[in-house]
Ligand binder design. Structure first.
Ligand code: SF4
Length: 324
């Protein structure tokens, strides 16, 4: 793994104005001082419940959404300061895979044209185009004789293969996948995950994968970042995070995984109530209303992110006391 991050985020902040049914408006905090690094060749997982800011983070990292504050750096250079040509390179080198590939495919475009569009933009000459298209389709397990079909003629799993093929056609360095398998059947999920792992190896990719499924992330990621209500609460090597988590929220998420439940308590005991609204972030530690370990300090003081060595860090006042 290289020492220089391929893609990094520094203190990202993002809010959205929302209006309720009675016409009152509020400000929803999607991201609050989020920093991360994606190194060449690694797979980074972003985990947390729905509404924790994962998808917003993915879109900002892919350059599809602008942050209100903070910055994204591509090979050490701020996206906001890239020139026209550098920005074009970044757009091509950083591809996104969406939860619903159907929404990212033109329903009136034959899938052969959809997948080969990035090849044409890259200036691949016509005689080589068909050969390259066949190579990419074969790599993701699609028959080349389906090029003339339209997206609605495919199953969810096949559409996700088309989405991956289209991303690969741009010759990316980085794939950012937002819940790439959450809408698929379990058996198809495994196939798509295996294709992504194979693509990572065959095309020398770096990947950032957003998922609420920690088990999938443990299987495929080198490192995992845990987000809660727009903030990073823990990050570390995937295996270490599972064996020696250092934040009560991570503990609760791991306890919720069927078959992996090692604590002598249920998830209900570990995780009180539902996720609070991002319209009103709790004071002090934002996790305190749901944390069974919370003490008075937690209600008033924001815990700092503390380094626990080996790239493992957590934002909890009681991390050392609870986890040694
Ligand atoms: Fe729980 Fe307090 Fe740690 Fe927050 S800082 S996770 S409330 S123990």
């Amino acid at each position: 793994m290289s020492e220089t991050p391929l893609l990094s985020a520094v203190n990202l902040h993002k809010t959205f104005k929302v209006s309720s049914h009675n016409n009152s408006t509020g400000v929803l905090t999607a991201l609050d001082r989020v920093s991360l690094q994606l190194f060449a060749g690694e797979t980074l997982g972003i985990a947390g419940e729905s509404g924790c800011g994962k998808s917003t983070l993915a879109k900002i990292m892919a350059g599809l959404l602008k942050p209100d504050g903070g910055s994204v750096l591509y090979k050490g250079k701020q996206l906001a300061q890239l020139g026209q040509n550098e920005r074009t390179v970044f757009r091509r080198k950083t591809q996104m895979i969406f939860q619903d590939p159907f929404s990212s495919l033109n329903p009136r475009m034959r899938i052969g044209d959809s997948i080969s569009e990035p090849l044409k933009i890259a200036g691949i000459p016509a005689p080589m185009l068909r050969k390259e298209l066949t190579r990419i389709m074969t790599a993701v397990g699609l028959q080349s004789d389906v090029v003339d079909r339209f997206p609605d003629e495919f199953s969810g799993g096949q559409r996700q293969r088309i989405g991956i093929a289209r991303a690969l056609a741009a010759s990316p360095e980085i794939l950012i996948a937002d819940e790439p398998v959450s809408s698929l059947d379990i058996s198809i999920q495994a196939q798509i995950i295996n294709i992504m792992l194979q693509m990572k190896s065959d095309f020398s990719l770096s990947m950032m994968i957003v998922s609420h499924n920690l088990l999938i992330l443990r299987h495929i990621c080198d490192r995992i970042i845990i987000m809660y209500l727009g903030a990073v609460v823990e990050s570390g090597p995937a295996s270490e995070l599972f064996q020696h988590c250092r934040h009560p929220y991570t503990e609760a998420l791991i306890a919720a995984i069927p078959g992996l439940h090692t604590a002598n308590v249920s998830r209900g005991e570990l995780l009180r109530d539902d996720l609070p609204s991002a319209l009103s972030i709790p004071s002090g530690c934002r996790f305190h209303p749901r944390c069974r370990y919370a003490v008075d300090l937690c209600r008033h003081e924001v815990p700092k992110i503390t380094d626990h060595g080996n790239g493992h860090s957590a934002a909890c006042h009681l991390s050392n006391k609870l986890y040694g």
